[in-house]
Design a protein around this ligand. Structure first.
Ligand SMILES: [Zn+2]
Length: 477
């Protein structure tokens, strides 16, 4: 079998979290009673006229800036014509030849290497309604609440070379959307969906193979599986001497297979034409520039800052910044006590991550707020408690709102840092193990660990190990 390379391009649809819809004043929120959040405009009644929501343009421009895109100052919208029962107007207002944002890129780290993926374009458009298929009834119902919900479509260049890269790219887009606050990114509510374009070619070939598209995949893991399946399907066709034909296929994530939906439609099939109800207009350059200045610190910049300011490893810094919730939590910790930033990172990526992973939760639901975590870490830093005692205190704090110091006192976990007392213990342990002193001086320095352990035991686990270590070293010199 030849060695094949996978080529993937993605179209991500993200719902924007504006208060109202894109062309009317209906509420833009998920979960309302069916057909209660719609009006003559979004349901496409004859004569109803759309008015573009300024916030939608603002949010899309923000995403353009966050992905290094250029912004067109001419805002032009187009009708994309197609018939489907969830689209009463029989057209979708979108953007065709002049997308709002174009020619950008995003970068992410994968397996220690920086991957750059070009962003072809980002345009604004409206969502369609939703068909409801109920068990036992021989027809479908339509919920039009989602008609006119604002979307941005982010189209990537075919720069992705594996399903894993595609998944990382999707995570990166999601993180950026969260950072700039324009989408809730709730996968279970369908607020991010993607269309996947896959082709394969012999490795080393400069030409692209024929691509197939799978639409409306609503989980990142599903997208990854769909890409692997489709690539394998195409390779098998080529290996058998066949030809891949351009198609739209439907990915069935439950069965793990895709099936032919239709031979691929081309742009001309949608008979795009300029939207007559919203003539093109110009955006002010000053407004576009101001939005750029307001872009907050993005994940890659955060990673760099964490490495520079707090001496985190690049891996740890990346693990924190690529989760919006985690970065918010960590930033709050560093504001409280910047010199304990590294300790906070270790806890966040260690014990706390383990606790959250077991529950499938993000850190915004973690019961211990940054202020309380930092109060605990300060106790360790001052030598009031040991690191292992801190683990115990944290596990109590998960269900107990008391201050860490109160828990430490109640549980009797205060570390004994009384130098005189500890020196006494050290003397007693050395007196009981005279051979060890000779061994240590003879070069077997690993007996130190044993002696520290004996002292800890003699102090009933309360001794300050750092102090004991230091006292032992002085005596063994
Ligand atoms: Zn409406």
């Amino acid at each position: 079998m030849k060695d094949y390379e996978i080529v993937v391009g993605l179209e991500v649809h993200a719902e924007l979290n504006t208060k109202t819809k894109i062309y009317c004043s209906c509420k833009n929120s998920f979960g309302g009673e069916v057909n209660t959040q719609c009006c003559p405009v979004c349901t496409g009644m004859p004569g109803a006229l759309p008015v573009l929501n300024r916030k939608v343009v603002e949010y899309a421009v923000r995403m353009g800036h966050a992905t290094g895109c250029k912004i067109h100052t001419l805002l032009k919208q187009d009708r994309k014509n197609y018939y489907y029962p969830d689209l009463p107007k029989a057209y979708q207002i979108s953007q065709f030849d002049i997308p709002l944002c174009y020619d950008g890129a995003v970068e992410f780290m994968l397996n220690g290497e920086t991957k750059r993926v070009g962003i072809t374009r980002i345009h604004i458009e409206e969502d369609a309604g939703k068909l409801l298929h109920q068990e036992g009834i021989p027809y479908s119902l339509v919920d039009l609440n989602r008609c006119g919900v604002p979307l941005i479509e982010i189209v990537s260049e075919p720069d992705l070379r594996s399903s894993q890269e595609a998944r990382e790219y999707l995570e990166t887009i999601r993180t950026i959307l969260m950072y700039i606050g324009i989408s809730d990114c709730k996968m279970q509510e369908g607020s991010i969906r993607c269309d996947v374009n896959v082709s394969v070619r012999p490795r080393g070939s400069a030409e692209f193979g024929t691509r197939c598209e799978m639409k409306n995949i609503n989980t990142f893991s599903g997208a990854q599986r769909a890409i692997d399946y489709e690539a394998a399907r195409q390779i098998e066709i080529l290996e058998q001497g066949g030809v891949v034909t351009q198609e739209t296929r439907r990915w069935d994530d439950e069965k793990g297979v895709n099936v032919l939906l239709r031979s691929k439609e081309d742009a001309q099939d949608y008979r795009y034409f300029p939207e007559p109800d919203i003539p093109p207009f110009s955006l002010e350059q000053a407004w576009i520039d101001r939005l750029k200045e307001e872009i907050p610190e993005l994940p890659n910049e955060k990673t760099r800052r964490y490495v520079l300011d707090y001496h985190l490893s690049e891996t740890d810094a990346g693990l924190i910044s690529r989760s919006y919730a985690r970065a918010v939590y960590f930033d709050a910790c560093t504001v409280i006590d910047p010199k304990l930033a590294k300790a906070a990172a270790n806890w966040i990526l260690g014990d706390i991550a383990k606790y959250l992973n077991e529950r499938g939760e993000e850190i915004d639901l973690f019961p211990v707020a940054p202020t309380r975590l930092m109060a605990l870490l300060q106790l360790v830093d001052r030598g009031t408690i040991s690191g292992s005692a801190a683990k115990k205190v944290l596990s109590i704090m998960l269900e107990d709102a008391s201050e860490p110091m109160a828990i430490v006192e109640r549980e009797g976990l205060v570390q004994n840092s009384n130098e005189e007392e500890m020196a006494g213990i050290v003397e007693a342990v050395l007196a009981a193990n005279p051979g060890m002193i000779e061994e240590y001086r003879g070069g077997r320095t690993n007996v130190l660990g044993f002696l520290v352990g004996q002292c800890m035991k003699a102090s009933k686990g309360k001794g300050n190990p750092k102090l004991i270590n230091q006292l032992l070293l002085e005596r063994l010199k």
